[in-house]
Design a protein around this ligand. Sequence first.
Ligand code: GMT
Length: 378
Amino acid sequence: MKIGIVCYPTFGGSGVVATELGIELSKKGYEIHFITYNQPVKLELLSNKVHYHEVMVPDYPLFHYQPYELALSTKVVDMVKKHQIELLHVHYAIPHAYAAYMAKNMLKYQGINIPVVTTLHGTDITLVGSHPSYKAAVEFSINKSDAVTAVSESLKKDTEELFSIDTNIEVIPNFINLEKYPLGRKEKNRSIIAKSDEKIICHISNFRKVKRIDDVINTFYKINKKIPSKLMMVGEGPEKENAERLCKKLKIKDSVYFFGNTNETINILSFSDLFLLTSSTESFGLAALEAMASSVPVISTNAGGLPEVNINGVSGYMSNVGDIDDMVSNSLKILSDNNVNNEFKENARKQSEKYDIHKIVPFYESIYITAMNKVDKQ
Ligand code: GMT
């Protein structure tokens, strides 16, 4: 089958999931066509089974905003016709589900009937999608998709609460390619970051408000008073500068490293002892799953889909949003005893194995068949 995948090509979780899914499907014999404005950051290998088609938005002085949806839907139409793509899988509702609906109808007008599968990722629903400026368009394009999936039960519930949904939403959780997370730690890299008696704590995100970056820093500050430790902050985003300022104010800037965006997260996680995720909302928490696959226990909030991923008292602990003292006390429970830390590390890895790519991808394949059958009957 030939599948067109529309996604954001950035470091964000939705782009990563879309890319990994496309790569895995190509290994299973599908022909994959990524259609987006840049080559996805995690897409290293193009082949006869994996193609990338760039969406170009020509600049025109009249436009205050560039019409990306128009260029995207046009590119989708052109690529479907050129490569005989049989199904479109769009990740993140805004504006992809909307652009896919337009493309589907333009193609229908030309006698081509193509199914659209939409995967909801989180902020496209909880933060941006339900804003009055977008709500009607998002609701419409979800309802008009031939199949809809959400990455957690929590996101499905939020979608049904925030919108009038008249279609079934299938939950297909995010996944991890465990082959990329080999067991066995690289202690030699660890010594670049910390002394042998220091613990290494890690946070990875896009440094947006929703991640409550101050809570990460304040939690680390209190842990660091009790246990010699270092904090690695990985990612880029609007809250990064504030975070750097806060570290300076708290006089911990020598204990906190800011790495920016990197493709080295697996290496960084491989020598971490604890992962902090303090988000106020998180539909799934792919970064937490990546940490767990690297045998790193997770201290997180209990927001959104996190309780579906991080098992309290097993793979880590959960606290209410903003409850820094509880996050500190849970972190200390894990970090102050090496045996306990090791037990949590083992449990975290075991929990991540439930989300192995080979277990989850067949659910998408079965959704594709459902969507194809639906369109055959139209
Ligand atoms: O974390 C982000 O803000 C980025 C965002 C994205 O669209 O890439 O992440 C969302 O999708 C991920 C992949 O499904 C989920 O793991 C994240 O939990 C979700 N983020 C939020 O809900 C805040």
